[in-house]
Design a protein around this ligand. Sequence first.
Ligand SMILES: Cc1cc2nc3c(=O)[nH]c(=O)nc-3n(C[C@H](O)[C@H](O)[C@H](O)COP(=O)(O)OP(=O)(O)OC[C@H]3O[C@@H](n4cnc5c(N)ncnc54)[C@H](O)[C@@H]3O)c2cc1C
Length: 448
Amino acid sequence: MGEALAGSEVLQRKMSKKQTALQRRKMKRILVWLRNDLRLRDNPMLAAALREADEVIPFYCLEARFFTSLTIGHSKTGAFRKRFLWESLTDLDRQLQEKSSALWVSRGNAAESIYTIHKRFPLDAVYFSREATPEELEVEVAVEKLGIPTRSFWQSTLYHMEGLPFPINNLPWVFTEFRKKAEKQAVVGTEAATPGKIVSPEREESFYLPTWSELGWEEPGQDARAVYPFEGGEAAAWKRLQQYFWQNDSLKTYKETRNGLLGADYSSKLSPWLALGCISPVSVYWEVKEYERQRVTNSSTYWLLFELLWRDFFRFTAIKEGKSFFRIDRGALPEPGEKFEHWRLGETGQPFVDANMKELLHTGYMSNRGRQNVASYLVHDLKQHWYLGAQWFESQLIDYDVCSNYGNWTYVAGIGHDPRKNRYFNVEKQAAQYDPEGKYQKYWNEEE
Ligand SMILES: Cc1cc2nc3c(=O)[nH]c(=O)nc-3n(C[C@H](O)[C@H](O)[C@H](O)COP(=O)(O)OP(=O)(O)OC[C@H]3O[C@@H](n4cnc5c(N)ncnc54)[C@H](O)[C@@H]3O)c2cc1C
């Protein structure tokens, strides 16, 4: 997979001349706008701000747009996602306080909130991490228009965008071609330095992270059948990694178990933390390398990195394609009907599909094998529009990631980046193969 760079920030520095000029001058105060990078470890943006400023304000905005309704009538961020997000912010705030700082949180509009802070605590610059999709890019533009110097960082993928062996416009259309070229010619950077003490102005009361009850969000409950007791935050991410890699030694059999359905250890379960950036793919990569050094190097250790490249692929593809990545004409959004509702609630009468949909409904998680089957069933068997399913996943999945979700849905629907256009999953056959004794189906379909 190539060798380590002297530091991932080497690549960050190539980003623009304007940014380089910013770097040279010592700044008094930088606001670090955290988005899907809710971590201290391997956060190049935070590391750069700490190096370059006397004071840093770590800031997060609970943007109003996160909580608007999808056309299927559910919140973009459903109850499981809300809880995971809030836990992640709580953990970050706690960690920042340990470093003598704190997380400044606002609600509503990121650009307006940054401007409010700027008026009270004049900012020399705003640093933020770049996202890949149109809505997120619009918010970035609004922040860039504030008139405060900005510097953006790309820090959500395993391979840095600037380190790819092709410009993003020439990104291969098919995953395998992307993977082969990237594995051969790109390199994974080293982790950015973890911050020591952080100097910040004292946080004003109006920027405290609201408590759960202040937010008034509905409590999704804990279903005892959940595959893992997911909890948001960087600490919980590393706890899970420790458990899966080191304590249970499950990484060495990942390739054989990854299509499983029951139990915590058939796959890494790192996706929710990767989605919110509580852990970086670069950190996961180096932990895999350490595992290979200490325990074993085999096809399973490679395969976890292979899967992380799917994540990269969808992210880069989203950047390249812009609005067309979503393959949907905004004027013609499908309406949900009865068939969709049965599917959503796990009441189609197809036991394998129903079991998976109930798991998602009650826990906010579903295995990869399950996702492929229920998506194919909705589109190819129930003949419903794939976009309805993608929206339900968006609302419900604790690991919801705009690029991975929409990229995978269009793939299964046969309008994405699949070289085999008609990817149909015969759910009965799949159930017989992956749940031969029907244990998984019983587990979720028995009386609640
Ligand atoms: C219809 C559909 C929708 C999906 N929506 C999402 C989503 O919103 N967010 C999300 O993170 N994944 C999504 N996936 C991909 C995949 O199902 C999950 O990443 C995986 O099940 C998460 O469990 P894990 O962390 O144990 O994965 P592991 O098997 O342990 O894989 C390790 C990591 O690799 C990445 N990964 C694995 N498979 C894929 C994939 N097919 N595409 C992109 N990244 C992958 C994830 O970050 C994952 O955490 C979707 C798949 C399908 C078929």
